[in-house]
Design a binder for this molecule. Structure first.
Ligand SMILES: [Zn+2]
Length: 238
């Protein structure tokens, strides 16, 4: 079981200059994880780390894994191989001031056009850029040459469905592997605006906070063990 958070500006691409998630959602998440005694992985946009270094230090101080979510929250699949490698290299270089960076997730779960050896040259051993819930995508972790790929198993907004459906889609009873991902901005209220997709604002804030606690407690009740992403190479049978 992997619990992960993508630390980025609020509700991209709509609110690129708003950071309520990092200012209010992230401290709440860290307190919840302390209360529940579980560790998580925080895929962080590096330019955000430059703007909010104290928030990022707190993630590391509380014993969680800091990982890369690229630089600038741009679609890396639209870049050339060289441009994508350079974007990730820049992010790893900045985030390395806070902790050793071993894991990566592409913005929008759109993998960049790069190879396992490119990842290795960047010091990345685990990639979590694939969405298992999309049709035809791998559902379980696998080795791709030197890289371990851990697909994300449920899209973040399922946690904001009515409780029974949220649990059914987030932690399906017939599956033993889960890699969940959320965003700090989901745990503060995002105001509905005419152009916003509903999954950006529906049940953000208090409802999402209550449901994240419910999901974590349900996983513990089922005896699932929480790992951070950089442990994946020792967990995946190749
Ligand atoms: Zn993102």
């Amino acid at each position: 079981m992997f619990l992960t958070f993508d630390v980025e500006p609020d509700a991209p691409p709509y609110q690129t200059n708003s950071y309520k998630g990092v200012e209010k959602g992230l401290p709440w998440i860290l307190d919840l994880l302390d209360d529940e005694d579980v560790q998580a992985t925080f895929f962080t946009v590096a330019d955000l780390a430059e703007k909010h270094p104290d928030r990022i230090k707190e993630i590391v101080k509380r014993g969680h894994e800091l990982a890369s979510h690229g630089y600038g929250h741009v679609r890396l699949d639209k870049l050339s191989r060289q441009e994508a490698v350079s974007n990730i290299r820049k992010s790893v270089s900045i985030l390395s001031h806070f902790s050793i960076i071993k894991s990566f997730r592409a913005p929008n779960l759109q993998p960049p056009p790069i190879t396992p050896s490119d990842y290795t040259s960047l010091g990345i051993t685990v990639d979590s850029s694939i969405a298992a819930y999309k049709k035809g995508r791998p559902k379980h972790p696998f080795a791709w040459d030197s890289l371990i790929v851990v697909p994300a198993t449920s899209t973040s907004s399922t946690i904001r469905l009515p409780r029974t459906l949220a649990l059914k889609y987030t932690l399906p009873a017939n599956r033993d592997f889960h890699a969940l991902f959320y965003h700090p901005w989901e745990f503060v209220e995002i105001q509905k605006k005419p152009l916003y997709r509903p999954d950006i604002w529906v049940h953000t804030g208090g409802y999402a906070r209550e449901m994240l606690r419910t999901v974590v407690r349900e996983a513990k009740k089922r005896g699932l063990v929480f790992h951070v992403m950089n442990e994946a190479p020792s967990l995946v049978e190749c």
